[in-house]
Design a protein around this ligand. Structure first.
Ligand code: PLP
Length: 498
């Protein structure tokens, strides 16, 4: 049976003050019972009972286990389910309202939300002197990069007689990308492919063309911060759907419910090693979810930046887009994780008509991606199986180093199981704030991305993402700093949630 949080009813998190008025479907007494199960034993918590209740609700919101926008049970019903007085629940709800974790909505009662703190700045991925950067899951360049550029340079003279403008992308690269999709089980013609300057460039293009202010966008929660930023900048409204890294396919049901209730225009999903949760949808899960979203009229923007980076299993699941009409999805991909972030070449793949529309908008904004880069990318894409095999071997070793260092230096940090990708998503021990850890570590020359960066509102302060993309010595040194600032084995004072 699905865990209780999956059955918690969704209404919409309102990022910009817009109000969702959709009916709520779950019956209240069930929800009081479900929430009581989620809350666990309050008697173990220190301090007054109402404070423990409020804190526990905040924790559940922080992890996404209790979605933002959930109508809380009536005070009397929750009091009965918990075996506490109604005054206790009323005081807890008042505390939640005062601290920005809930508000009273006319006709709906008390609805969870997150404090409207300043939007977290997502730090740009740049190298800084004297700083170990674990904020970004970015690898050094693949050894395949330079030979690809050497071969590209040999071809460049043959391209110089033309104008250098290829509005949809260099034909050889579009062909190579199309062939790769076809080989993966998603038949694709080159006219379904548009070349962009990296994956985020493609995400920015698709969101700007398909979204209007007020449109809803279903997002995994936690998710990739760059996309949250793009979506909210366009005035669209994120609908976060919790991801359970220990049960990735649970997303099929939660996303289905959220899509039914909120009719999103777009769903942004990372089916392979989702960033940061690491969750990977099974072949059956992605087939069901793709069909469900398409039936609801939602286009899925599939981010494949980490596709092919499976580190444990025998092979990758089929593309999310296989099995639904081409117009149901726009799949974006690129070479920034498999080859190098400095190679600014990406692509999108959808049906030919939508691809032409997207290419038209793109060509007004950016008439062409660099020809030399595209020539090199064409070689790399044609040889991607070999490139990926080498990258996977490096990442496997990196994950071993990080896992061992975590076990030794931070044994009470709990990484979720990982089957691939570039990072581990860790749950911190109770009371430890990842924002505070990040601040303290920065003082000691280690940059990490705090958990809240991957959530909407202030969720995930009790999580931290740790990439395994840096050399072993850097990772070990950085973890020693994290251990020290987290109050383990060192002189720095412990950093706790405030
Ligand atoms: C999920 C996801 N999408 C896109 C990007 C950015 O890709 P690119 O550098 O190709 O724009 C990243 C980088 O970390 C990412 O994690």
């Amino acid at each position: 049976m699905a865990p209780p949080w999956q059955r918690v009813v969704w209404c919409i998190w309102v990022h910009s003050g817009m109000v969702d008025r959709m009916p709520l479907l779950t019956d209240q007494s069930t929800r009081a019972h479900e929430l009581a199960a989620l809350l666990g034993g309050l008697e173990q918590q220190p301090g007054p009972r109402y404070g423990a209740l409020a804190t526990r609700v905040q924790e559940l919101l922080g992890t996404g286990a209790l979605p933002v926008g959930t109508r809380l049970p009536a005070e009397r019903e929750l009091a009965e389910a918990l075996g506490v007085s109604r005054v206790t629940v009323a005081s807890a709800y008042r505390t939640l309202r005062e601290e920005g974790y809930a508000r009273t909505r006319h006709g709906l009662g008390t609805v969870t939300e997150l404090p409207r703190g300043p939007v977290l700045e997502w730090p740009l991925p740049q190298d800084e002197d004297g700083v170990v950067n674990l904020a970004h899951a970015a690898t050094p360049a693949s050894p395949h990069l330079l030979p690809a550029y050497t071969r590209a340079l040999e071809l460049l003279p043959g391209a110089l007689a033309g104008s250098g403008y290829h509005l949809d992308g260099l034909p050889a690269l579009r062909q190579a990308v199309a062939d790769r999709f076809t080989a993966r089980g998603l038949p694709t013609d080159p006219d379904q492919v548009v070349i962009t300057g990296g994956v985020m460039d493609a995400v920015g293009l698709v969101t700007s063309v398909l979204l209007s202010p007020g449109d809803r966008v279903l997002l995994e929660h936690p998710t990739y911060p760059g996309t949250v930023q793009l979506v909210t900048d366009l005035g669209a409204v994120p609908v976060p759907v919790p991801v359970d890294p220990t049960d990735p396919d649970a997303l099929v049901q939660t996303a289905h419910t959220a899509a039914r209730q909120s009719a999103p225009r777009l769903a942004y999903l990372m089916p392979d090693h989702s960033n940061p949760s690491g969750a990977t949808l099974s072949a059956a899960g992605r087939r069901r979810l793709a069909a469900t979203l398409w039936q609801q009229g939602t286009v899925t923007l599939v981010d494949e930046v980490t596709s092919g980076l499976h580190l444990d299993d025998d092979g990758p699941a089929p593309p999310f887009a296989a099995g639904v009409p081409d117009a149901a999805t726009v799949t974006v991909g690129g070479l920034s994780k498999s080859v190098w972030g400095g190679l600014r070449v990406g692509w999108l793949r959808t049906d030919a008509a939508l691809a032409a529309r997207l290419a038209d908008t793109y060509s007004h904004r950016q008439p062409a991606v660099g020809v030399l880069d595209q020539l090199a990318a064409a070689f790399l894409v044609a040889d991607l199986d070999r490139v990926l095999a080498d990258r996977r071997a490096e990442l496997r070793a990196g994950r071993d180093v990080l896992t061992a260092a975590l076990a030794e230096l931070l044994p009470d940090w709990s990484p979720y199981p990982s089957t691939g990708g570039l990072s581990l998503w860790c749950r911190l021990p109770a009371g430890l704030s990842s924002a505070a850890v990040a601040r303290a570590a920065m003082v000691e020359g280690v940059r990490v991305a705090e958990g809240r960066a991957f959530g909407t509102g202030a969720a995930f302060d009790d999580h931290l993402r740790l990439p395994f993309t840096r050399p072993a010595a850097e990772v070990r040194a950085a973890l020693a700093v994290l251990a020290r600032v987290a109050g383990r084995g060192g002189s720095a004072s412990p950093v706790r949630a405030v």
